[in-house]
Design a protein around this ligand. Structure first.
Ligand code: GLN
Ligand code: ZN
Length: 748
């Protein structure tokens, strides 16, 4: 029985890779120093895996920025606009071209936009989207995979397993940049390059190669299925000497099971964390030669594995296939986990015992194998830990569970329909036609961030901190009044992050000290851990908001983060359905909404920017998710009077395909990001005859650029052709926390 790892986090326990890349970009270190850091990290990570007893240690899972971008470099998929970079750079051409594709290139009069970036399946990891033209050529371009293979072999003194994204997933995740062709048509031109890469790896001595085809867990049409079949037929024919492991993750195979199992390859990896129920069928259908790699350890979450459950799966598989044909593995690459729990020195010791980060997950694989070989003491220890967690008084709060269990339909319903509420609200607020507002945050200057840091360290007394923040709020309120905005905000200066801020004040959340996970490029996030029943023990935003309202006679909008976004950007407990946790958070937010209303706040915004990214990968699962996600939002907001106006805000995504569910949120006003797409998004709202009020963004806050009056007017005119005038608000695309004051004031 082999232990198979699919990928290891690359940023380093101290985020060394992030720092090295950023220093290289700002020319504080040179190319040699950058490569030195990268090689050391790779070596360290390979040795950790070897020490943990991993048999199939991945290489080429390292990346300076993103593994899809690495594939584009490997396959020579470099859009023409980047050609000038090669003659412009003075340093290492390949590295600088690579970073130019990731980040754009603005130097020496050149201004080249980066590749588009988007979310990797349903994760918060972002990849760079390959761009294809009709006459796209492919050629072996970057040598990175071979260098890493040789480096790993030298370090380990045994043969590593190179990892590649499969040809069909690679094509399907890319985009046609010209009309008149389908990117799948490029497959016959692409496959010879894959074959060349595999042959070269075989020449270097590779035995196993991991080819990731996660697209196999999604709904595929006949052409896509045929493409997968023909791709692996081709690779088998041209590189018969290599053992190919096809890797699937993030969902079950469902109707693609027969296709995946019968590919002419040596092994198939399946995700048994997301889709434990698929094992029985797959075992019955597996052909006699195939190795099955069982994804038993959760690569997407931070909980200790339940060995008892994993062993049940493992035994089933062994009794059908025999030990020789089994591999045990994490469910997916460990890229999506923080690196090492040992660095959590200040985490509550009881909670820490329930967790396993990437390094600990490797130990779990080793222990599973040892238990299988007779080390029953390890199983007993695990049972003790699992029992301790499931019975912990920290997790279970009877009142919270009872309250969530007794939610009624009327709790998710405003007293009256939108038409009636709108009349009440128009009377209450007497806002002009096209009222103006912002999305919540105002510039988080270095100064503001320093106050927070000093408060945390104890270098600033809470009272003094409060005074400073209040001053900043007052400044923001005065500026908004002078600008003549209609609905003001307090500016969110007290918040580090829109999820962390609420997590820190809610019960049931824990925070890691070093639990960084790569989000994109050098950007890492530290998601909170939701370990127990969630409730609100005290007001979270009331005093700041009330203070801000006391400074002005104009309506001031309270600002909260919605239950689905809090869930989506956290590590969520795995001992109850996500919907249950969402409802608990919803009730906590509901209490805050009601408290704000009581405190005299008459407009309240609940942000849900992440509602779209939680959408399941399979079409057939989506309605269920949308049902509870919408319900959670409505539970959060429906405790208020008709005349209290509920806003929501969404950004980062296209919402066209879930428009009816956005309407079902029944927020009185929705503000959305639309300016970059020239209001394209609004067409979906118009076609659907979206009934409630909308603020389409007219100011792209992602760049320091100040939009002209004319272009904003033009965007609004377009909006008025699509939507009833009395429903339109005027606002920026998103919060302004990353902008400077000067440009913000000018744009507003
Ligand atoms: N209210 C938040 C802000 O203004 C919204 C952020 C977001 O949509 N991502 O920063
Ligand atoms: Zn936003």
């Amino acid at each position: 029985m082999l232990v198979n790892n699919l990928g290891y986090p690359r940023i380093g326990t101290q985020r060394e890779l992030k720092k090295a890349c950023e220093n290289y970009w700002s020319e504080k270190i040179n190319h040699t120093e950058l490569m030195h850091t990268a090689r050391n990290l790779c070596k360290k990570h390979w040795l950790i895996q070897a020490e943990a007893g991993v048999d199939l240690i991945p290489c080429n899972d390292f990346s300076f920025y993103d593994q899809m971008l690495d594939m584009s470099m490997l396959l020579g998929v470099i859009p023409d606009r980047f050609t000038p970079v090669l003659t412009d750079v003075k340093g290492n051409k390949e590295t600088d071209l690579y970073f130019a594709m990731a980040r754009g290139y603005q130097k020496h009069g050149l201004d080249i936009t980066a590749l588009e970036m988007t979310k990797w399946f349903d994760t918060n990891y972002h990849y760079l989207v390959p761009e294809f033209k009709a006459k796209q050529e492919f050629r072996l371009f970057s040598q990175k995979v071979f260098e890493e293979f040789n480096g790993a072999r030298e370090t380990l003194q045994k043969t590593p397993k190179p990892v590649l994204i499969g040809p069909v997933t690679y094509l399907l995740l890319g985009k046609e940049k010209e009309k008149g062709f389908n990117r799948l048509d490029l497959l016959p031109r692409l496959l010879p390059v894959y074959a060349e890469i595999l042959s070269k790896l075989a020449d270097y001595g590779a035995e196993w190669v991991q080819i990731d085809e996660p697209i196999l867990v999604q709904n595929l049409n006949d052409a896509e299925k045929a493409a997968i079949q023909s791709a692996f037929d081709f690779l088998k024919k041209n590189c018969p000497q290599l053992k190919i492991l096809v890797c699937t993750y993030f969902e079950g195979l469902r109707d693609n099971a027969a296709l995946a199992l019968n590919l002419p390859v040596s092994a198939l990896h399946i995700d048994l964390v997301r889709a434990p129920g698929q094992l029985d069928d797959l075992l019955n259908m597996a052909p006699a030669h195939l190795y099955l790699s069982l994804g038993l350890i959760d690569g997407r979450n931070i909980w200790k594995n339940n060995y008892h459950n994993s062993l049940q799966q493992l035994h089933k598989a062994i009794s059908k296939l025999g030990k020789q044909r089994i591999m045990i593995a994490p469910s997916c690459s460990l890229l999506h986990c923080p690196m090492d729990l040992d660095f959590e020195v200040s985490l509550d010791t009881e909670i820490k015992q329930w967790l396993a980060f990437a390094k600990q997950k490797l130990t779990e694989l080793d222990e599973l194998r040892r238990i299988e070989e007779g080390a029953t003491e390890l199983l007993r220890q695990n049972e003790v830990a699992i029992q301790a967690r499931s019975h912990s008084g920290k997790i279970h709060k009877a009142v919270v569970k009872e309250r969530a269990a007794s939610i009624k339909d009327t709790d998710a319903q405003r007293a009256h329909s939108f038409n009636i509420r709108q009349k009440e609200q128009k009377k209450t607020f007497r806002l002009p036609l096209y009222p103006t507002t912002t999305i919540g945050s105002f510039p988080q200057t270095g100064e503001v961030r320093q106050w927070r840091a000093r408060l945390k360290k104890g270098a600033l007394q809470p009272h003094d901190y409060e005074q400073l923040i209040k001053k900043e709020i007052e400044k923001a309120v005065r500026i908004q009044e002078e600008l003549g905005l209609d609905v003001l905000v307090h500016g969110e200066f007290e918040r580090n992050d829109m999820v962390e801020y609420f997590g820190e004040q809610l019960e049931g959340f824990a925070f890691t000290h070093n639990g960084w996970v790569q989000s994109y490029g050098s950007r890492c996030v530290k998601p909170p851990v939701i370990y127990g029943d969630v409730y609100r023990a005290q007001d979270m935003t009331v005093s700041w908001t009330q203070y801000a309202q006391s400074l002005t006679t104009r309506p001031l909008k309270g600002m909260l983060t919605g239950p689905v976004t809090i869930l989506q950007w956290s590590f969520v407990r795995d001992d109850q359905p996500r919907s249950q946790t969402a409802y608990q958070i919803a009730l906590a937010i509901r209490d805050e909404v009601i408290a704000l209303e009581k405190a005299g706040i008459r407009i309240i915004q609940i942000d849900e920017p992440a509602i779209r990214e939680g959408l399941p990968l399979r079409q057939e699962d989506r309605n269920d998710y949308l049902h509870w996600a919408v319900r959670a939002f409505r539970i959060a907001v429906c405790g208020v009077k008709d005349e209290t106006q509920i806003h929501t805000h969404m950004c980062y995504a296209e919402f066209n395909d879930i428009i009816e569910h956005i309407a079902a949120l029944d927020a009185d006003v929705i503000t959305i990001e639309t300016s970059r797409s020239q209001m394209e998004l609004l067409e979906a709202f118009a076609a659907f005859q979206y009934p409630n009020e909308i603020g389409p963004g007219v100011y792209d806050i992602h760049a320091p650029r100040i939009p002209s009056v004319e272009e904003m007017v033009l965007l609004l005119q377009k909006a008025t052709t699509l939507l009833p005038r009395q429903n339109i608000w005027v606002n920026p695309d998103c919060g302004l926390k990353t902008r400077g004051w000067e440009e913000t004031i000018a744009a507003l």
